[in-house]
Write a protein that binds this ligand. Structure first.
Ligand SMILES: CC(C)(COP(=O)(O)OP(=O)(O)OC[C@H]1O[C@@H](n2cnc3c(N)ncnc32)[C@H](O)[C@@H]1OP(=O)(O)O)[C@@H](O)C(=O)NCCC(=O)NCCS
Length: 155
């Protein structure tokens, strides 16, 4: 059983290290690592906007920190999800648990949200399968350089 905990200041370096791991870069939309300056700015923004427009969590499994899931509010009705697990924890349904728990948090914190968007890097069949398995529907979005999925929230 996984748990989600909100990020804290002490996670700044942890998330920088994770974001630059080859196994995370490989599935990222940019396909590139990030500099400390970029990360530092992004992380501070994440902390300062927490609950207003960002819900960022560390995924915890048996007291180990195994990945990150984050919801970013795009407008009053729509938010976007980003999720990754460290390689050795994948394919064990832990991502599924994290996604569903995260969505429950979104419903509590942002009751107005009715749609969740996910963008998946074009080569990532695992990512695409993952979201489709969780009732996300693919949308033909030619203007985006990624696969786009949406899930409607039933309350
Ligand atoms: C996407 C990710 C979070 C899924 O978490 P996970 O714990 O590995 O996935 P689960 O074990 O919960 O699998 C759920 C479903 O996802 C799909 N899936 C997961 N891993 C897959 C793989 N290697 N190949 C194909 N489909 C896969 C399957 O449909 C699977 O259902 P099934 O086991 O009944 O076939 C994880 O693989 C990951 O961190 N990937 C890299 C980052 C990424 O691509 N993030 C998505 C874009 S934001």
């Amino acid at each position: 059983m996984i748990k989600l905990r909100l990020i804290i200041e002490e996670d700044r370096e942890l998330l920088f290290g994770w974001r630059n791991l080859p196994e995370i870069i490989e599935n990222s939309l940019s396909q590139k690592g990030v500099s400390w300056e970029e990360h530092d700015h992004w992380f501070s923004k994440c902390l300062s906007e927490m609950f207003f427009s960002c819900l960022p969590f560390i995924i915890v499994y048996k007291r180990k920190l195994i990945g990150h899931i984050r919801f970013e509010k795009r407008n009053d009705a729509l938010c976007e999800v980003h999720i990754y697990l460290l390689g050795k924890y994948r394919d064990r349904k832990l991502g599924s648990e994290a996604l569903e728990q995260g969505i429950e948090e979104v419903k509590k914190v942002w009751p107005g949200i009715v749609r969740i968007k996910a963008c998946v890097q074009e080569d990532s069949y695992e990512g695409a399968n993952f979201f489709m398995e969780h009732n996300f529907l693919a949308e033909n979005a030619e203007y985006e350089k990624c696969w786009v999925f949406f899930r409607l929230l039933n309350r």
